[in-house]
Design a protein around this ligand. Structure first.
Ligand code: PLP
Length: 608
């Protein structure tokens, strides 16, 4: 279809294009005369989309985005693409609120790859038939992180202690979901078996002789002595990313809250909650909304012990660089305190009997580390600290495969590393994959990953970035980001003094983020700040935060401080109890219907 020339001033919206199209064709006559209409069978808009969609930013007000029957003219297309690019570049130049690194230089090396469909479908360690893949780079990237996270590498399917993982198409959300899925089946007594005698109802026995054995996922029968043996129960803190609430619902894992409310409403081991006849929705964080953002290990222990004692397998997810406060859970200490509980209730090692007399030996717990942000750079902070403790006085808690109880780790590639598309890494150990027992030469299930098609571009981008930087460079980058966070903190504290107003400025230990009293909406938009409501004591407080990713300069921080120095930069927010209930902040139930799952629609810094 050739395009017609349109005056963009007049035909500025999809709707107007549509009106033009519909009214310029004599549809009625065409159908009467039996002519085939040139109009494809599609729906027309019932109203102008621009009256229903959120208004565009002023810069893009007159840009034509409509698509349809007539392709826009080359002139219009060009203008739209140029204006959109200019807008994104403006926003990028002031970007401060989210933990994504906007500093990258991919156009020279990566652009030529954009004209090839690169797809890493299937297992990273199996070649497969789709040969336009980047699995050679993917394996190198996985090995890089395996080494950095102290896993045994390279991956070897015959050695259960070696790592296994894959490069993500989404960000850490995908890795977290995959981890939860793997954990659910592993703890839930699922076994992957070769079906020796094909089901005669499905396959006639004569034909069965010619068929290769099938792999089937089977459920081990419940042991008589423990009805809870295959019901995993999940624990994560109130500072956890909202993808976990989604994962619990999607992958159908019960949290300790759900199981607690359902089966043991009056027995919560935390006295404050027991007194109310309730359970907390998530594991409390130390100091609540006013604290650092790390998980309360003492509370976690009590909650875990309650369920471990009743025979439930335990699934814990820790944060390493939490979404709003950038806090690092002390994975080492928490794990070390949980292990005696696992031992006491025989969850450190248990036998899953899948057929009479046939067992698979497994842990009865799974510990996941959501290192979306921190897993990327904290190893370099640790390296720098070990080399020169005077220069780098602190490093974060150990979180990686040096800890024998860690089962899996997630990391986003577009956060600290920097990438134009969401990407990242999921990593576990080969022995935790569901694979047929007693078949060491098993060739690997070809469909071991989450998606079907997997981004082949992501490993190329990650490889590109990692191949440019030595460990020296990485240490320097991490140190500079930490120093920039301290700079932003100091500047905000300075502003606080100057204004004589408590701005609630806070930075959790070694975090790349600083939080403060929520700024005026136009400042929030300009710097893409991210907002969050925290309960501090009995007060609901509206916060903004900045993340000092690699593109952030002192100049940019100074510009923000200058805008925040203006009259009225910090409006008052009066979050009433009623709106707090709607936002899901209080424990006052709004209806008596039982909660099926939490639907994240606010908070954790991503709701804006
Ligand atoms: C960003 C983030 C996620 C989700 O990662 P995506 O890459 O956005 O999918 C998960 N957990 C934490 C702690 C995060 O900060």
């Amino acid at each position: 279809m050739s395009s017609i020339s349109l005056d963009t001033d007049i035909y500025s919206s999809l709707f107007e294009l549509w009106s033009l199209l519909v009214h310029s064709l004599d549809l009625e006559n065409m159908s009467k005369s039996g002519n085939t209409s040139p109009v494809p069978r599609i729906t027309e808009p019932v109203q102008d989309p621009k009256h229903v969609y959120p208004p565009p930013p002023p810069f893009l007000k007159d840009v034509h985005y409509g698509l349809g029957y007539y392709a826009p003219t080359e002139e219009v297309r060009k203008l739209t693409l140029e204006k959109t690019l200019s807008y994104l570049k403006i926003q990028q130049s002031n970007f401060l609120g989210y933990q994504v690194n906007q500093k990258m230089d991919y156009e020279h090396d990566i652009a030529p790859y954009l004209n090839i469909h690169v797809n890493n479908i299937g297992d990273p360690f199996a070649d497969g038939g789709l040969t336009t893949n980047s699995k050679l780079m993917e394996r190198a990237v996985l090995d890089y992180y395996a080494s950095l996270w102290n896993a045994k590498w390279p991956h070897d399917k015959r050695d259960g202690e070696t790592y296994w993982g894959f490069s993500l198409t989404m960000g850490s959300t995908e890795a977290n979901m995959y981890a939860m899925w793997n954990a659910r089946d592993y703890l839930g007594g699922k076994v992957l078996l070769w079906e020796e005698t094909p089901d005669s109802h499905i396959i006639p026995s004569a034909a069965a002789d010619f068929l290769p054995p099938r792999l089937v996922l089977r459920q081990a029968p419940l042991p008589k002595y423990n009805p809870n043996a295959y019901t995993p129960v999940a624990f994560y803190s109130e500072d956890t990313h909202y993808s976990f609430a989604k994962a619990m619902s999607l992958i159908a894992i019960k949290t300790f809250y759900e199981l607690g409310m359902e089966r043991y409403p009056n027995d919560c081991p935390l006295p404050k909650w027991r007194a109310k006849g309730r359970w907390p929705e998530e594991v409390p964080s130390e100091g609540g909304g006013g604290g650092e953002g790390t998980i309360d290990i003492a509370a976690l222990k009590e909650l875990v012990e309650f369920f471990a004692a009743k025979g439930y397998p335990i699934l814990v997810s820790f944060n390493y660089g939490s979404t709003f406060k950038g806090a690092y859970d002390n994975v080492q200490e928490a794990g070390e305190q949980l292990m005696p509980i696992m031992k006491r209730y025989h969850l450190d090692e248990r036998l899953v009997e899948y057929s009479p007399g046939l067992f698979d030996k497994r842990t009865g717990f799974w510990i996941h580390v959501d290192g979306a942000l921190g897993a990327a750079y904290m190893p370099f902070i640790e390296m720098a600290h070990e080399r020169d403790p005077k220069l780098i006085p602190e490093s974060g808690p150990v979180f990686d495969f040096r800890l024998p109880f860690v089962h899996s780790i997630s990391m986003s590639g577009h956060k600290w590393v920097g990438s134009p598309v969401p990407c990242g890494i999921f990593m576990t150990k080969t022995k935790y994959q569901l694979s047929p027992p007693s078949l060491p030469e098993y060739i690997g299930s070809p469909d071991t990953t989450f998606a079907g098609s997997r981004s082949g571009l992501s490993p190329i981008i990650l490889w590109h970035q990692l191949s440019e930087l030595s460990y020296e460079d990485q240490m320097k980058k991490a140190e500079e980001n930490e120093a920039m966070a301290q700079y932003a903190y100091d500047k905000l504290r300075g502003l606080e003094k100057k204004l004589g107003k408590d701005l609630w400025v806070a930075r959790s230990k070694l975090a790349l983020t600083v939080r403060f009293r929520q700024a005026r909406p136009d400042i929030v938009k300009k710097y893409s700040l991210s907002n969050e409501i925290l309960i501090v004591g009995n007060e609901y407080r509206n916060y903004s935060h900045v993340f000092t990713m690699n593109h952030v300069t002192t100049h940019l921080v100074d510009a923000l401080i200058s805008d925040l120095s203006e009259e009225g930069a910090f409006p008052e927010f009066n979050l009433s109890k009623a709106s707090a209930i709607i936002k899901g902040f209080t424990d006052t139930p709004i209806t008596s219907a039982q909660i099926a799952s939490f639907v994240p629609h606010w908070g954790r810094g991503y709701s804006g």
